[in-house]
Design a protein around this ligand. Sequence first.
Ligand SMILES: Nc1nc2c(c(=O)[nH]1)N[C@H]1C(S)=C(S)[C@@H](COP(=O)(O)O)O[C@H]1N2
Ligand SMILES: [Mo]
Length: 297
Amino acid sequence: MVNRWNNTFTRADITPEPLWLNRRAVLAGMAGAGALGGAVAAQEALVPNTWEEITTYNNFYEFGTGKTDPSDNAGDMVTDPWEITIDGLVDNPGTFTLSDLIADMTMEERLYRFRCVEAWSMVIPWNGFELADLLEKAGAQSGATHVAFETAVLPDVMPGVRRNVIDFPYVEGLRLDEAMHPLTIMATGIYDRPLANQSGAPIRLVVPWKYGFKSIKSIVRITLTDEQPATTWNKISDREYGFYSNVNPEVDHPRWSQASERMIGGGLFSSRQDTLMFNGYPEVASLYDGMDLTTNY
Ligand SMILES: Nc1nc2c(c(=O)[nH]1)N[C@H]1C(S)=C(S)[C@@H](COP(=O)(O)O)O[C@H]1N2
Ligand SMILES: [Mo]
């Protein structure tokens, strides 16, 4: 696997050295088998959270609103077989099994910062492929301007859906150029393991420069459109959650500051760090040239 998107954290920014050494030993153990070793070496400065942290502190309202509800409740979701419909303004619409859909995608490891709008953060070693490759295969038509995504609704196994904790299906969307950006991936794994159900198995979106709620889980439909699609949190409160939702330390949530974030998993040394513009991915800035990111929050 390769990772073309290295970045700039130093390990001192993330984890005290004893913990870092510990995690590094785990990674070194995993790396023995293959090319991941190279990716790990290239990125040793950006230290991921543990599998345990990544899979026990989650937001997945279909399974409940508490942070441990998804890991407690998502085990019964059947993710194989899984079908995804691709429709709207594409030359090759249809409903595909996940395995057919991803058969010729180039899988990569991407070690990304992940920043929730609630002001906590992790670093996650995703396995996945560029959404751009999938949209090219689907044959996005010239009239398409946006991409809409939809999560499965499985009331039998989703207690949050049965209780209607919010309106389902969970829906999200991107502008087409955001969706085509090489940082935007569809993830199918973490740490070279298939995604845990609570992480959005079998396939989810990951948009690392946006607040976490844009990274929609357990996707069953991708629709190319010529208008900005409705998005779940924007429907719940448009004053608090804009369509763009780019991570921005200078635009506070109406009820809390976004200037800093709490790093999950620091244990005793748990600490806050400054929020980075675009979550530390300045390569996306040109997507927003000429836009006022205060009003287009
Ligand atoms: N379908 C669906 N996708 C979702 C959510 C959700 O409740 N339902 N929560 C979002 C939010 S608010 C965040 S922060 C991330 C959390 O991803 P994680 O649990 O893998 O860290 O998933 C996002 N995707
Ligand atoms: Mo979130």
